[in-house]
Write a protein that binds this ligand. Sequence first.
Ligand code: NAI
Ligand code: MG
Length: 375
Amino acid sequence: MAKYRIAWLPGDGIGRDVMEAARLVLDALKLDAEYIPGDIGWDFWRTEGNPFPERTKQMMRETDCALFGAITSKPRDEAAAELAPHLQGKNYSYYSPIVAIRQEFNLHTNLRPCKAYPGNPLNYRDDIDLVVFRENTEGLYSGVEFHPLPADLRAILDAHPKMRRFASMRNEELAVSLRIFSELGCETIIRQAFAYANKHGRKRVTVVEKPNVIRDTSGMMVRTARRIAREYPQLAYDEANVDAMCMWLIKNPQEFDVLVTSNMFGDIVSDLAGQLVGGLGFACSANIGDDYALFEPTHGSAPKYSGKYKVNPMAMLLSTRLMLEWLGEVEMASRLENAIAAVIAEDKVRTYDMGGSSSTLEVAEEVARKATGAS
Ligand code: NAI
Ligand code: MG
């Protein structure tokens, strides 16, 4: 029996291209793993009315972790229109499988390293090396939303003095998305960030919120961070408002080290930071829970490149490296990272986004060659 069981979830479009690249590299590294393919994505929505079938969920429960490519998703009405004829008009409602997986498996921590590898022509600066920790299951993406406002909720809200400006509006004219924070959620993400900083020799942790305006939720995050920061006197701790952080990341990105924030702010800040070090072709991520994790590039399914093997596999390969590290295969992980860095630095085998004309698999082959010391 193999040492690891890994759920293999290519999904749609270029998700499949880059997962093939990941497999090529994992096989070259000789990771002792069994890869179990899972159905997920647009085809299963169209033909079954469910983009994340129950059997896939079950299969994942019997694995150590998952590697995920990308999936196509569309707004509710458009999605409903593409259902197979026999599923039309039966109240199937599209949802994002990746959000469902994060909640279902309690993958509370989203980790996004943003490192400028030397020689990458897409780097904004060459000295950027920061990591974003994003709370992954609550906050504004909790999914607790109302439109129109139910009458009982309206009655509760109307008691709030700040509701006066909406008093003349009908329930149909109002929409509410709740930003729910829990003490547990705040504590978990903050602890993950500090523990990571400590373990990886990082110097500084910055909590990114907006407590002067969103007092009760951001305030809870900041209070938690201040308390936990005291347990790590060797790490510098500071706070920044999310809007100011977006400016500073453009002005002085090299000054930041570990950033930690809530769900939506983390979504935005990590995309910004990812663009500073090469964009979608390089933006890797880990979704980590207490006993399960899923690793994915942050790009989507890029339908126009689907099956053309043109896109950059680096984001997928860097995500694969995060998986190896999480599994405890630290030596293999660093061999992979060094090989990726060497291929980037060398300027021989590059995909179109880096100005080259190599294919997805040619890049993967070159990384595999370097990672295994073959010439
Ligand atoms: P996208 O990330 O799929 O692609 C946008 C553009 O970025 C591409 O056309 C391409 O020019 C570039 N790009 C993306 N990945 C690249 C790579 N590895 N190498 C080089 N260039 C790359 O975003 P888009 O077009 O907004 O969405 C397409 C579909 O993907 C939609 O259905 C969307 O809902 C879905 N999506 C899925 C995500 C996921 O599965 N986690 C995340 C984002 C979007
Ligand atoms: Mg995003």
